[in-house]
Design a protein around this ligand. Structure first.
Ligand code: DMJ
Length: 458
């Protein structure tokens, strides 16, 4: 093996060792500074995991300022271990991954008399369990996913096939009819993968119907609104955008084509992206943004873009539109730089913050990662470094990371959502790590950054 051929092998080794400050990390850092950053992200992930283990082990989340535990419902569903497990495996944090697996296998039971959010539990738990199963081959994780899938199925039994917002995991009772495209249209990657891996087509059929029923309600302009009533299927808000509440509906139209080769999803995506680029895209000062319009008339409602919308460059890039992806990522970075970390929402005409919090969200880093992989442009590594430095400067605590109440005055908030581990730290790591840390072309990330792989024939 020549020294040139040896390099990728060494890079892989450097990223998979469980000692972040190992000699291999240090050697590679000299050759490639982004490997040093990958090692740093890995060390920070280990530190944040240890914080969770010390103060909140077995609970859904740690509250990073009060150092207390927080559960979403009356019973813990071990949200942090489930969301974190594939990240720990990918980073080669073997001891920490073992702890997460032990917690899941000894403490996680879905046989609970609690109403859970159909969307959140699907993207975090189903996605996390399926991805960790594919990475580890541990069948117990697939069994847990299958059990959860069965318990979530009653959510789809509405008059329209659009899922109820909440479902009781033990009784199968449902509630919550005010929903929206993200909640009804961000289920098929997980339920579809579960169908393929268990041989139970019902999972695919129910989630696909929910996606199609959402699409069928589009306006004459081929746009969807923000909220609808699950029982009647009527829109209750006609505000159309790529923001939270709608965002990952578009993501799954494209990605269900990518993962399953489902031609209906491809056709729905092509119609939708045309309409978004024609109606929702907005040019201001020569910059590209995506704002808010009325789904029926196309009239502009507000020039707002935020941390959640920042996923859209990744979607544009992976679906082949690198030009718009690059331009929109430049706008997202302008948003980030306004206060040295991004706000939840911004009026991009006035360049004024409209919602000042920062929830440790990953989307802008996800877009940098996709663009780096798809263009090879080192600009996205530089952006990643800048964002990671700001993220550490403002959000780091002695147990992990804390959200911000305000990006303007940088006041911290006692919250650390599990997507910190599933997404934010994972995307930073993958952005900086050598390509072979994960085969980008072979996986499709669900909206919670859980990589899913096609391991079935059809
Ligand atoms: C995550 O739970 C998912 O990415 C979801 O699609 C949107 N919100 C959070 C992260 O910001």
């Amino acid at each position: 093996m020549t020294s040139k051929n040896l390099l990728p092998f060494l890079l892989l080794l450097a990223c998979s060792t469980s000692n972040a400050n190992s000699a291999a990390d240090a050697r590679e850092a000299t050759a490639n500074p982004s490997v040093e950053l990958a090692a740093k992200v890995k060390a920070e992930t280990r530190r944040a995991w240890q914080g969770y283990m010390q103060y909140a082990a077995g609970h859904d989340e740690i509250r990073p300022l009060s150092k207390t535990a927080h559960d979403w419902y009356a019973q813990s569903l071990l949200m942090t271990p489930v969301d974190a497990l594939d990240t720990l495996i990918l980073m080669g944090l073997d001891a920490e991954a073992k702890q997460a697996r032990e917690l899941i296998e000894t403490k996680l039971s879905f046989d609970q008399d609690i109403y859970v959010k159909t969307f959140e539990i699907t993207i975090r738990h189903l996605g996390g369990l399926l991805s960790a199963y594919q990475l580890s081959g541990d069948k117990r994780l697939l069994e847990l996913a299958d059990d959860l899938g069965t318990r979530l199925l009653p959510a789809f039994d509405s008059p329209t096939g659009l899922p109820y917002v909440d479902v009781n995991l033990r009784t199968g009772r449902t509630r919550g009819t005010e929903s929206g495209p993200a909640e009804s249209g961000t289920l098929l990657l997980e339920f579809g993968t579960l169908a393929k891996l268990t041989g139970k087509p019902i999972y695919y059929e129910k989630a696909k119907r929910a996606l199609v029923e959402t699409y069928k309600r589009r306006s004459k302009l081929d746009l969807v609104g923000a909220t609808f009533d699950v029982a009647s299927g009527h829109w209750t808000s006609t505000d159309s955008s790529v923001a939270g509440g709608i965002d990952s509906y578009y993501e799954y139209l494209y990605k269900c084509w990518r993962l399953f080769g489902d031609g209906d999803c491809k056709a729905m995506w092509e119609t939708s992206i045309k309409a978004l680029n024609a109606r929702v895209a907005d040019k201001v000062r020569g910059e590209l943004w995506y704002g808010h319009v009325d789904m029926n008339t196309g009239a502009r409602r507000k020039s707002e873009f935020g941390a959640l919308d920042a996923f859209f460059p990744a979607l544009l890039a992976v679906s082949g539109d690198l030009e718009r992806a690059r331009k929109l990522q430049a706008s997202s970075m302008k948003m980030w730089r306004l206060h040295g970390i991004e706000p939840e929402a911004l009026d991009y005409r006035a360049m004024k913050v409209t919602s000042p919090g920062y929830a440790l969200r990953p989307e802008i880093v996800e877009s940098a990662y996709y663009l780096r992989r798809l263009t090879r442009d080192t600009r996205y590594l530089d952006e990643g470094r800048e964002m990671f430095e700001d993220f550490e400067r403002w959000c780091r605590t002695d147990t992990g990371f804390a959200a911000l109440e305000s990006v303007v005055d940088k006041r911290k908030k006692d919250s650390q959502e599990s997507f910190l581990y599933a997404e934010t730290l994972k995307y930073y790591y993958l952005l900086f790590a050598a390509d072979d840390a994960l085969d980008f072309d072979a996986v499709t990330f669900n909206t919670e950054a859980h990589p899913l792989r096609k391991t079935w024939k059809d």
